[in-house]
Design a protein around this ligand. Sequence first.
Ligand code: G4P
Length: 522
Amino acid sequence: MSQDLQKEVATRKTFAIISHPDAGKTTITEQLLLFGGAIRQAGTVKGKKTGKYATSDWMEIEKQRGISVTSSVMQFDYEGFRINILDTPGHSDFSEDTYRTLMAVDAAVMVIDSAKGIEAQTIKLFKVCRMRGIPIFTFMNKMDREGKMPLELLSELEEVLEIESYPMNWPIGMGKELMGLYDRYHGVVERYRAEEGETFLPLGEDGDLKEAHPIQNSSYYTQALEEIMLLDEAGNEFSRERIAAGELTPVFFGSALTNFGVETFLKTFVDFAPAPSPHETSEGELLPENPHFSGFVFKIQANMNPAHRDRIAFVRICSGEFERGIAVTLTRTGKQMKLANSTQFMADDRENVTRAVAGDIIGLYDTGNYQIGDTISSGSKTMAFPKLPQFTPELFMKVSAKNVMKQKHFHKGVEQLVQEGAIQLFKTWRMEDYIIGAVGQLQFEVFEHRMRNEYNSEIIMEPIGKKIARWIREEDVDEKLSTARNMLVKDRFDQPLFLFENEFAINWFRDKNPDIELTALL
Ligand code: G4P
């Protein structure tokens, strides 16, 4: 039994896809799903604009919640593997969301627009991946357009992201002149837009084509051979172990839009991407094939379907297998529950889960039991996975209900959106007025929009600007220390902290109160 489970778990590949907005994340996701037969034709993955800058696009997505969410967790089968793709918002204001998503995966795929190179948001998201030490696969997209030279892209990767790279394939020409990919790993040349059956030309021992072909007369082909030689001599060595440790990123070139190089990427990815790995818990290391079902909540999303007012807790399964009706303990509260109503995410539909194992993501219909970071387990009643880190918010607003008669809606909305992790909540020390904190401005806009649309609550937000939040110990609380430059507030767990005006205010405070320890979140 346990052996069967182990075998099944080994087929799971769970990864997140990250990119700067517009690099082609949605396009490549669509193509991947096509290979898995999860959708009939490209263009059906909704929520396309999730990562775009414009607020209006995001709002649109918020409106289409039911659809956009199916694009945030997708599952498909490919060559005996079951693949879970987790989408991440591209906008930097949602990096906290991304961070939590990355906690639930075993690998990450980074999509880069080869004309633009490494962009700001990629740097940020990459750093988050780095903190987790998971393998990172790079897809250099848009080779059908003129872009930066491949060697330049590689050195940017190494310099800006400080990760070593190993090109698995290499473009022959680019833009209008794109002729194909020299596939170092599979030992073939993959031709761009070739007639059927003529796509792959095998390479010989000497690195040149086994059989003569007109492509050899092209200067782009010669150039690619020269560059490959250079990489063989002076580039990084290939190492499966270093890829697994996240120290070396395998790089794939291609064009998602024209579906070139994407399947090659997928094939290689499933070969290299790790199967679900053991997890640290408060009770020691937990193996995925442990027969007890367990997992943690990394995302909560309310009102995915406004008609039903539902709320779904996304759970990464870390061990065992899920069966409908399984009895679990929510270890934070000790509450026992039967998981009767749950859902699995296929690209074109939300399917009801009957069976899912370690590595898979399931959605549990939630009536308010779960919080982000919660552990559920069918075995131990006390085990907990490590806490999901929270980012220290930097922007703050006082918030209140416009209509005092509608306090109930207001409180319910705030409570639920805070539990979702959409925003962080603080209260002034004595009066307990609400202050919300965010990492980025857009979070406030989404908050306001959702309060109005989902909770029928018009709100008043008064900016109190950028602050530096620093937590203190309860025994250090002294209301006399609270001033305009360092406001004493409490977080939603009633833990005390100061909102400092700036670094100067922190230093001044430290000078005056050397015994008070100030701590930040992530
Ligand atoms: P994102 O999810 O990372 O934000 O990017 P998305 O896939 O939406 O792609 C952004 C734009 O780049 C889209 O064009 C898309 O068609 C284009 N694109 C993606 N991959 C490639 C590629 O390999 N080559 C080329 N030439 N373009 C590519 P758009 O005009 O903004 O979108 P749409 O309005 O056509 O949907």
